[in-house]
Write a protein that binds this ligand. Sequence first.
Ligand code: 26Y
Length: 796
Amino acid sequence: KVDAMTVSTTFTTQDMRAAILHHLTYTMGKDADHATTYDWRMALSFAVRDRIVDGWFASTRKSYEAGAKRVYYLSMEFLIGRLLQDGLVNLRLLDDACEALTALGLDPWQVISNEPDAALGNGGLGRLAACFLESLSSLGVPAHGYGIRYEHGLFRQSFVDGRQVELPETWLQQHHAWEFERPEARYRIGFGGDARDAGWDPAEAVIAAAYDTPIVGWQGRWANTLRLWAAKPVEAFDLDSFNRGDFVGAATPEAMARTISRVLYPDDTTEIGKELRLKQEYFFTAASLADILRRFEMEHGDLRKLPEKVAIQLNDTHPAIAGPELVRLLHDDNGIPFDEAMDLARSTLGYTNHTLLPEALERWSDHLFGRLLPRHLEIIDRIDQAHRATYPSSSVTIREPGVVKMGELSFVMAHRVNGVSALHTELMKSTVFKELNALHPDRIVNETNGVTPRRWLLSSNPRLASLITERIGEDWVGDLEQLSRLEEHVGDAGFLSAYAEAKRANKADLAAWIEAEHGIALDPAMMFDVQIKRLHEYKRQHLNILEAIALWQAIRAAPDADWTPRVKIFAGKAAPGYHFAKDIIRLINDVAEVVNADPVTRDKLKIVFLPNYNVTLAERLIPASDLSEQISTAGKEASGTGNMKFALNGALTIGTLDGANVEIRERVGEENFFLFGMTADEVVARRKIKDHAAKAIAVDPRLAAALAAVRDGTFCAEEPDRYAHIVQNLSGPDYFLVSSDFTDYWRAQREVDAAYRDADGWTRMAARNTVRSGWFSSDRTIRGYMADVWGAEPVI
Ligand code: 26Y
């Protein structure tokens, strides 16, 4: 019996070269003399994919043989990035592939980086789903990811005169090397029409068509499936209209159907495109549930055993319609009594909450909801009634006049509800789900997020990975907590200098790349201070740029003082309709232009905003960072996962007591973390103080001067009022308490400066961050979900 592991380890450089040439010839139809980088990249991808497929089949076979419980992860977003390097690393074929490509006269990294970054997600929630899939495969848990095959992922960002411009993302314009179309897996998904007693006559329908991508785990021992749904018309086109000469009319049904999977919503805050978004949510949830029940009935038959064999996880409320849809399938379509159907659905479903921001908790107008999903609205009413009948003294409702509340619906229809960091989970209990938690005290559990060490250390930081492996062997890759075995090496001068050298070399690589791509020269000896994440007021990129302005002013006032040179690197996208966030981007770009051109401060302070932040850029930046900016208003960032990637790669955090920062600090040690700012409780109290922002500005002349420079046009002489509204906000309402936290942030930043000047001390602190971050592996998180939520177990 040959399993994937033996295959991959016996696959030599020569085999690899032969496999690449085979696919170049017979799959791409090119000879080596005429092949483009794209052709070579596809040929290599197919050669690697071939190595995955046998293990993939073996995994499916083992799952059936074991009759194991399956985990289904339903998510509107999977931010998977590039898959070729991931596959090569997990199959341990990277060296062979590089040698084979070099022997063929190619630059391996040029070939590997030809792959587009699959950006089927907005940020943390989508990347978490991708890390979870990889961990589920590395652990050998039978699992499927279910989502949408967006034709266009998150928009491409570019800057014009410092302003964000959104361009369509086109990853599917090239063939997607990793997916398999499954023409046999198609479901009809209805919308609209009428609800009749225990039934539904939809007025329209589209087809959900399946595309499968194998997700291979560490060492190729297991592979799971990411199944993405594309929307297609029931009839290819309207032949009658076409024959009448109405070509546009003939194409309309197809265009309408395909619209559902056309584009990822880039907006996690505003109100646009509500109807289409609800259609997307129902479309992929209904298709996934139909597929799950089909597989279950084939394997087990008796639907009453569903919770025993199936665990379905809802990634936020986006698939919350799964509750009523599953009840509809069990009750309406299979005749199970309503209350029993509700219990079965609840025992099968788990719900993960990712935000406490009120504007991000989904609510639908019941008018829209009832028009698209009339039967589901009836079912929701019955769920609501049943819940109120059980808890007559409670005031919790799922429906309020005019609205359906998806958070409450998810809570009531899930047997476990989890937060994504310890603090966030506690805040869920005391704020948004306070009453529901009192009714169901065992339902809320915490599962602190994690990140996959394969992508976020082994693959993206090969220098540090090799150093670790040299010292403790390579078992850490599948068991990240083994990093603690390095603790004794942190006192060792040889280890520390090798650690520092890895970081220096990563910084030199990044500097060379930034110079080549963006024409900005950076000295790798400067501190690389990095804030990369979606733009949002609660994440406070504006606090960071205000501190940069104050620092610039301080350096100009005393140019000969002993400053610690640093470059502040930003990257991140703003939702297209979130004007304030877009103005922060523009402000940062404007400040960068002035500061970078100042001969007085030039070699002490630089500011760079890199366009089009994505997974690939994160993989480049994080290993080269010294300082990780995690500066959200306490109580607002549910967890963060970038914060973990930075700590693991030896960047020190400057941060607030928010999200998983709290747990990072506990683990790496408070002496290896730069803490500042108000706590979540202090934030709430501070907001109640009248004129809190004005008061903070009055006692801090640095803050006052920085705001004055923004206000008087220092960074936008041609339009001095450009940022008046930002200054007005930060001097008045300042909901996110930028002004109130500024003074302490400045203090902490000067501590950072002093610490960085002690190079050995800094390296020791950085190394301690790496050594103590093993707990933040998504393998640990997945084990937590298995034990607390899913009741599932690995099959290998
Ligand atoms: C309502 C809809 C348009 C919507 C779309 C995307 C709402 C929210 C989102 C995305 C949320 C998100 O990415 N949340 C992040 O989830 C991470 C993983 O748990 C957390 O680490 C992070 O703190 C949180 O902001």
